[in-house]
Design a protein around this ligand. Sequence first.
Ligand SMILES: O=C(O)CCC(=O)C(=O)O
Ligand SMILES: [Fe+2]
Length: 546
Amino acid sequence: MVQKPKSINLLIPQYADSSLVLKSNHGIPFKSSVLKTPTPLDGSINKSHFEPGNYGSPSILQARLFTNARKGLKPQVSNHKNVKYDGTPTPGIPWVSPMSATPLKDISRTSLGVLPDNDLHHGQFDSDLPEMEQNGFAEQLQSRGPLYSHKVTANVIAMSGGHCGFPSDSAQVSGKRIHPERSDDGLRRMTYGDDAIDIGSSGREKGFTADDGIVNGGPRWRSDESSDEEDEHNLERAVKGASYRTPRRGIRRSSCKMRIVSSPFLLAEPLIKCGFLAGLHFCSMSSNSVSVLLSSFSLACVEYGFFYLVNHGVEEELLARVFEESRKFFSLPLAAKMNLLRKEHRGYTPLYAENLDPSSSSKGDSKESFYIGPLEKSCLNQWPSQVLLAREFQNFSLLGDPPWSLTIAKLCELGHFEEQIFGASAHSDYGMITLLVTDGVPGLQVCREKFKDPQTWENVFHMNGAFIVNIGDMMERWTNCLFRSTLHRVMPTGQERYSLAFFLDPNTECIVQCLGSCCSESRPQRFPPIRSGDYLKERLMLTYGS
Ligand SMILES: O=C(O)CCC(=O)C(=O)O
Ligand SMILES: [Fe+2]
């Protein structure tokens, strides 16, 4: 039976052009954008909670970009695009007819950017959204039950003589090699086309002290809702083991008070050099304010479609055991794994069986996967043995009866550099939302502007204990592209790489159609309604070629 979506309130942030300026003792003003009050769509705004510079909670880390225009650094120009759905296949997103994008009116989408006159603006593309949310999906999820799908993946691409790009002195971006330059202000820049991302040197390198308000080469804002110790503890937990330095960013907290946090980011120099750094948001589940939490989620979904989730409550030991089981599974003889060949999207998919970018001419992705779905009665899951894998995943039955699946993968050694082969080729996820954990081996990249040509890819680095969360295509359709389903891929690294992905999809019967709050006369519906199950089926057919 086809279920009609019901109404919910969805917090959608709106943006303002105001900005705060923080002055360091180097006399360099750093500017950060400031969010206007996130507005619940029923129109009620609690202004006492959200003021400029008063956004988030001590446990919510909102990473923002900073610029330093006075020093002559090239501003990151606002990526304002008029995206036309004219039937042209999107790179990495195969044309799925008749369920994918339809030729509708032009929609402009402005993303975060730093404008040349020292102002850092947020896009205002949603200011025309209607105030009332009529067509929600959360309630539907609760009543119908979404689909869960788990995937454990290991990418193995061993390069002999080839240049993998990790870590290296230069980065391979869109087929071009990018060389980092050090400018006379000591900042490292990597430029590609019209974009520039500044990667600041650490405070220590630049001779800053903690009193300078510089953390990681960039200033932060915070409030004093929690103790300094608690805050630093949370932050350090979140980034413990991080092997990179964040780009300049601010952390907006719940009062305007600025404080200094000693930087827990100790970054390996070679990794800084190896490419763009994705300035992803952090969201923390430990916030005691649901509205703040939702605002931070929706902001991350609007701006990037990718974010780190920390303090999520899933024990590291459990994840470690899952990775251990994955390794055991993939080291089984091929024949044993082939006995579990994928059926009903559960089971084993061998090397090159998946091609996440069917528009490419690649022979497939260099990964093995194993999918597990929900543990309903007529269990379609295939287990290698009563203990291997199965034991670790029994807990997922707590999620209820909607279908889900798990994938694990094993490395294959490639004797030579094969440019066309990715661990996972460029794609956006099909469903609603994905939670990803990796074993720490690098390789994941995101392309924030998927319609841009050429594409710019940024490295997403591993953070111990954090989930990487990303929006899927059906969520993008639901929100009429307000939430971004961001293109991503996994580059070959020359190392074994294991990952665990949890895909949350709408129930198969659910009709995914534009939420009332996400379309208006000036922002017309961009996709026709689709039945979730049909859409997933078609996307999977394209991925597997059958
Ligand atoms: O392994 C990863 O880091 C990402 C995998 C991925 O994007 C996917 O399976 O959809
Ligand atoms: Fe993905």
